[in-house]
Design a protein around this ligand. Structure first.
Ligand SMILES: Nc1ncnc2c1ncn2[C@@H]1O[C@H](COP(=O)(O)OP(=O)(O)OP(=O)(O)O)[C@@H](O)[C@H]1O
Ligand SMILES: [Mg+2]
Length: 249
């Protein structure tokens, strides 16, 4: 489970002025839930993820992962239990696909045979046959393939929690739709607790069991597609949803 209670996050700019990135955020991702976090650019989505794995600390409020306040958990141990795919993919460009996927296992000093087998298993899981892809370099992959490698790497230590920051951001709509179709059943089957950031409402509804919509550092509404369509919590929700035209169905 991932839980944010009344979280506020201020960044202090160089001129000393505080910028409020998150303001009173309450968010709960149930065990095994795929929760989509959506909102306009700059509304605080990435900041929310970074608070979950302690890359940032809240100014006030509490962040819990698996029931424990993240402040009470050693950050290295905490992050072992949380797979994180950052917004830009974040593969090491000079390492092969296999090494990128296996790096967390290597850091854990797992035996070489184990790492090799795990890498093959993970690449197969994300639809990239290891015989074709393991030895390639990231530059020899398409954008969608790179995203899959990022996801495979995040799954390496079998974390209970996954944070995915716009994992399909750079992809064309068709590749995106294909990846979403593949990813949803895979994540459901793995039973991970997933917080996934997107700014595409269609993607949020297609992937998320539930969706949270944010605006300027605040949660505006959490629910399923019907809640957003039939009972928008604020004019902003209606505007956001209507921006889709009829195309979400
Ligand atoms: N390290 C930082 N220092 C100062 N301000 C920051 C920092 N990180 C984020 N911010 C500000 O906090 C706000 C939220 O940023 P965040 O990256 O969480 O947005 P986002 O919702 O992920 O946006 P996008 O969809 O563009 O990725 C923005 O106004 C941003 O400028
Ligand atoms: Mg972001």
């Amino acid at each position: 489970m991932i839980e944010l209670s009344n979280v506020r996050k201020e960044f202090i700019a160089e001129d000393g002025r505080a910028h409020v990135a998150l303001d009173g955020v309450n968010l709960r991702v149930e065990p095994g839930e795929l929760h989509a976090l959506i909102g306009t650019s700059g509304c605080g989505k990435t900041t929310t993820l970074r608070l979950v794995n302690r890359l940032e600390a809240p100014t006030s409020g509490v962040v819990k992962v698996g029931g424990a306040d993240v402040r009470d958990v050693d950050p290295i141990r905490l992050r072992r239990g949380i797979g994180y795919v950052i917004q830009t993919g974040g593969l090491f460009p000079h390492w092969s696909v296999a090494r990128n996927v296996g790096v967390l296992c290597e850091l854990e000093e797992k035996p070489k045979d184990f790492v090799e087998a795990r890498v093959r298993e993970l690449l197969t899981l994300v639809g990239m046959p290891p015989d074709d892809f393991a030895r390639r370099m990231p530059r020899e992959l398409s954008g969608g393939q790179r995203q899959r490698v990022g996801i495979a790497r995040a799954l390496a230590l079998d974390p209970a929690h996954l944070l995915l920051d716009e994992p399909f951001g750079a992809l064309d709509p068709i590749t995106r739709a294909d990846l979403i179709d593949e990813l949803r059943p895979m994540l459901d089957e793995l039973g991970k607790t997933v917080l996934l950031v997107t700014h595409d409402l269609r993607e949020a509804f297609a992937l998320g069991h539930r969706v949270t919509l944010m605006d300027r550092g605040r949660v505006v509404q959490t629910g399923v597609e019907r809640d957003f369509l039939e009972e928008p919590a604020a004019p902003f929700v209606a505007r956001f949803v209507s921006g889709l035209g009829g195309s979400i169905r």
